[in-house]
Design a protein around this ligand. Structure first.
Ligand SMILES: [Zn+2]
Length: 508
């Protein structure tokens, strides 16, 4: 049975009331709270949350949904009869106009739903027709989602706090008089950057319009000028880092002020959080809260230290028991053994190097030493690497602090090579599954490496050009194979296009 896990608005309010009375940080919204509860390592933590499962369809049914019952609305009744909680509303509509009228009535009544909703879904009622319609690459053809506009309210801007992110960027955050937006209390909202504050002309003391949609961070839309108190002054963006006190800089053409202090405690904390996050090594099941505690208590000052933690190191922390400590140590151990080079590169947080670029670099360089040794010229030859990315990669590896950190990672045993890549990056099937491929001419990478990349992507490497060949990858001075392939109408790619093909398909 397939469905969705939610937290009801009244339950969410109760959780936050309790957290407030205990002096704990308030949860931002029910959606993230529910997702976070499901990701907890310790089931006891999950059980503390008032999660509800709302069933709305069958996943893999052995005999097919259409044979179990014939209509979507019938399925909802069945699920309820079996004892499942189902979404609280729903209506069988005879035609598109009826669907639109119903969606509108849901939109108007959205505040009365027990859980937050950000839209409604219309589904083809006939389950056989659903099966016949099937899916596109990313969505079912038998269902349409109607998204509701963001909800807006007015409240007072009591202050503007400056937060320091992973790259040292200073981000202004609006402090708001608590206000309910669609049943959820909002106390903070993003203001993005200095220009945004100036453009919107929001001033401390203003009544502001705040909007929020789903799990998106609430946003300040603008001030209500008629209600501006006399004496409200334009906000002066600070030119020093509020955490370490070092001067901040705003480079020409950039919107952001940055703290340039590489040992700024805020930058360090956010970098380490990024290192283990989904965009980094994707360490499973260690809450950000624990990372924050480890860093702010001074136990961890650099990512590699996470991989040296022992149960004894962790036990002194409040609410930490043997079982949880063991799980955390194991989680880092797992990450150490399963990390791929692509993930590690992405985890380093090199500016302008996101997950896709990290995959391309891993596929190309094979190991971290080769990447670290690559000069600007060499980097610029790669697909998707421009001067900005190349110089960012160079300056990362030239920094003594980063070299020290990399040495620590190697020592801690976190030093994957690209050979470990395919299982994670490509997954079952592989992007070149069933393709026959051949390399000719001089490639910038070793021929063996190119073959390995192709094979792990699912291709078969042939020895000569024939009608069976699907792709010919040509390097410099390709010779007669190229002519023959062209005469047979076979797809011819250069090395960059070949790597792009791998990266793109992996990404998809
Ligand atoms: Zn700083």
């Amino acid at each position: 049975v397939r469905g969705e896990v939610v937290i009801y608005k009244k339950d969410f309010a109760a959780i936050n009331e309790r957290r407030e009375s205990l002096g704990q940080k308030l949860l931002a919204n029910p959606r993230n709270a529910a997702a976070g509860a499901l990701r907890q390592l310790d089931v006891a933590n999950t059980q503390q949350m008032p999660l509800r499962f709302l069933a709305y369809s069958l996943g893999e049914a052995r005999w097919g949904q259409a044979e179990l019952c014939h209509f979507q609305h019938e399925l909802a009744t069945r699920l309820r009869d079996y004892g499942f909680l189902t979404p609280p509303d729903g209506k069988l509509c005879a035609d598109p106009a009826a669907v639109e009228a119903y969606v509108e009535s849901v939109r108007q009544g959205r505040a009365d739903f027990p859980m937050e909703i950000d839209g409604a879904v219309a589904k083809q009622d006939d389950l056989e027709a659903q099966e016949a319609l099937g899916f596109t690459a990313r969505a079912p053809r038998f269902a349409i989602a109607f998204k509701f506009p963001a909800m807006q309210v007015h409240t007072r801007l009591t202050g503007i706090e400056i937060q320091v992110g992973r790259t040292g960027v200073l981000t202004p955050v609006a402090q708001l008089e608590p206000v309910a937006v669609g049943g959820v209390m909002v106390t903070r909202a993003t203001l993005h950057n200095e220009d945004e504050i100036l453009a919107k002309d929001v001033r401390v003391g203003d009544t502001v319009i705040v909007q929020r949609a789903g799990d998106v961070i609430p946003e300040v839309v603008g001030p209500v000028l008629e209600e501006r108190p006399s004496g409200a002054r334009p906000f002066e963006f600070p030119h020093i880092c509020p955490v370490c006190g070092e001067p901040a800089h705003r480079e020409p053409g950039e919107a952001a002020w940055r703290c340039g202090n590489i040992s700024c405690p805020a930058v360090r904390l956010r970098s380490i959080c990024h290192f283990v996050s989904k965009a980094g090594l994707d360490v499973q099941g260690v809450g950000q809260k624990w990372i924050e505690q480890l860093v702010s208590s001074g136990h961890v000052t650099s990512p590699e230290q996470l991989f040296r933690l022992t149960v004894q190191d962790l036990l002194p922390f409040a609410r930490m028991g043997d079982v949880l400590a063991r799980k955390i140590v194991d989680a880092f151990d797992d990450a150490r053994h399963n990390a791929t080079l692509a993930r590690l590169i992405s985890a380093l947080g090199i500016r302008h190097v996101g997950e896709q670029t990290a995959r391309m670099l891993a596929a190309h360089f094979h190991d971290m030493d080769a990447l670290a040794a690559a000069d600007t010229q060499r980097l610029l030859e790669l697909p998707d690497v421009g001067p900005e990315v190349a110089s960012s990669i160079r300056s990362f590896f030239e920094s003594p602090a980063n070299q020290h950190m990399l040495a620590g990672l190697r020592e801690a045993g976190l030093w994957p090579v690209a050979a470990a890549e395919p299982a994670e990056a490509v997954g079952e099937g592989g992007p070149l599954q069933g393709k026959n491929i051949l390399f000719t001419g001089t490639l910038s990478m070793a021929r063996g490496k190119a073959k390995q990349l192709a094979e792990t992507a699912g291709a078969v490497v042939l020895g000569s050009v024939s009608k069976k060949l699907d792709i010919l990858v040509v390097g410099e001075n390709p010779g007669s194979k190229l002519e023959k392939a062209q005469s047979l109408g076979i797809t011819v790619l250069d090395e960059a296009a070949f790597l792009n093909l791998l990266a793109d398909r992996m990404d998809a």
